[in-house]
Design a protein around this ligand. Structure first.
Ligand SMILES: C[S@@+](CC[C@H](N)C(=O)[O-])C[C@H]1O[C@@H](n2cnc3c(N)ncnc32)[C@H](O)[C@@H]1O
Length: 302
C-alpha cells in the first residue's frame, strides 16, 4: 500500500498534464520521421505503407532524446521536459537487489545500467526489439563497465522470439531449461516501464514466470491503470488516461498503454503453483494519470 499523501490540487492538475508534454514530444518525432521519408527520401507512400518502421524509428529517436544525459540531469535550470511523475526514484533501490543471471526486458537506451554493476550479477541479457536503440544501449553498457557480461538481444520478450535469441548467444544460458523447463533460466527478471508496451501482456507475464528459476525474483516498476475504485485512486486520473489513449498515446509512444491492470496479472500468474513465495508491491502516484507499482515477486522453490 502507498503511504504517500497526494500533493495539493494545483500540483495534481499540473501532474495530469505531464504526459501531454511527452505525447507532444513523441508526436513531433513522428512528424519529422514521416517528413524525412516523404521529402528527403522520396518515399511518398511510406507513412501509409511503412507505418511500423516509421513508428519504431520515431519512438527510438524520441526515447534516445528523452533519456539523454541532458534530459536526465538533476540540474534545476534544465526545465525543458520533466520526467514522468517521479517514477525514476522508485527504481534504484529495487534494481540494486538484482543477482545471478538477469533478464532485462525492454532496456531502451540502458538508463538502468549504472544500477546493474554488482559483481553478484553474473550475466545480463537485454531483450530490446527496437533496433535503433541498440548502438546507444551498447555504448551505455561500455560506459557502465559491463559490456563483457551484457548481451543485447534483437528480440521482443515473447518466448517464441526470446528463446532463439538466447540460444544464438552461445552462452549455454538455456541448456538446463531445454533439458527441463522447470529449471527456469533467470535468477532475476527486470520489468521497468515495459509491460505497458508488450503485446499480449498476460501471455508475456506467464512466459516470463516460466523462465524464472525456482526462487527467482521478478523486479517490477511499471505504470498501471489508475486504481480509481480504491480510496487512494482518482477517477479524474483514470479519465485522463483514457483521453491520452484516444489522442494516440500508444501509437506515438512505442505501443505503451496507460490503462493496463498489470498488478492483477502479476499476482495471478503464479496461481498454477499455488501463488508466489512472496509479493512486496508498493503503489505510488495513485492520484495521477501515471500511477506506479514497484516491488519484488519471488517464485516458490519447487
Ligand atoms: C518506455 S521504454 C522503457 C525503457 C527502459 N526499461 C527504461 O525504463 O528506461 C519501453 C521499452 O520497451 C521496449 N519494448 C517494447 N515492446 C517490447 C517487447 N515486446 N519486448 C521487449 N521490449 C519491448 C521498447 O522498445 C522500449 O525500449
Amino acid at each position: 500500500m502507498s503511504t504517500e499523501s497526494p500533493p495539493p490540487l494545483f500540483e495534481r492538475m499540473l501532474g495530469m498534464l505531464e504526459p501531454a508534454q511527452l505525447l507532444a514530444w513523441a508526436m513531433s518525432h513522428y512528424i519529422r520521421v514521416c517528413s524525412e521519408a516523404v521529402f528527403q527520401n522520396g518515399q511518398l507512400f511510406a507513412p501509409i505503407t511503412q507505418t511500423r518502421r516509421l513508428r519504431d524509428e520515431a519512438f527510438g529517436r524520441f526515447w534516445i532524446e528523452f533519456t539523454s544525459p541532458r534530459q536526465m540531469s538533476s540540474d534545476p535550470t534544465n526545465t525543458e521536459i520533466p520526467e514522468p511523475v517521479g517514477s525514476s526514484a522508485l527504481i534504484p533501490p529495487l534494481l540494486r537487489t538484482a543477482t545471478g543471471t538477469v533478464l532485462d526486458i525492454g532496456p531502451g537506451t540502458g538508463t538502468q545500467m549504472p544500477l546493474l554493476t554488482s559483481p553478484s550479477i553474473t550475466a545480463l541479457y537485454g531483450a530490446e526489439p527496437c533496433i535503433s536503440l541498440h548502438s546507444t544501449l551498447r555504448a551505455t553498457a561500455a560506459a557502465a563497465g559491463i559490456a563483457s557480461k551484457y548481451h543485447i538481444l534483437p528480440s521482443g520478450v515473447a518466448a517464441s522470439d526470446l528463446l532463439p535469441a538466447l540460444r544464438a548467444t552461445n552462452t549455454g544460458v538455456v541448456d538446463q531449461y531445454d533439458a527441463d523447463p522447470r529449471a527456469g533460466i533467470f535468477d532475476t527478471i527486470l520489468c521497468v516501464r515495459v509491460l505497458c508496451s508488450v503485446p499480449e501482456m498476460e501471455r508475456t507475464v506467464k512466459e516470463l514466470y516460466g523462465m524464472l528459476k525456482p526462487g527467482g525474483r521478478l523486479l517490477v516498476t511499471e505504470h498501471v491503470v489508475n486504481p480509481w475504485k480504491r480510496a487512494k485512486g482518482s477517477l479524474l486520473g483514470r479519465i485522463v488516461q483514457g483521453v491520452y489513449q484516444v489522442l494516440g498515446w500508444s501509437y506515438f509512444i512505442g505501443d505503451c498503454c496507460l490503462d493496463r491492470d498489470t498488478e492483477r496479472v502479476l499476482r495471478g500468474v503464479a496461481d498454477v503453483d499455488g501463488g508466489w513465495e512472496s509479493v512486496e508491491l508498493e503503489s505510488a502516484f495513485e492520484w495521477s494519470a501515471m500511477p506506479y507499482i514497484s516491488g519484488t515477486l519471488v517464485k516458490k522453490m519447487v
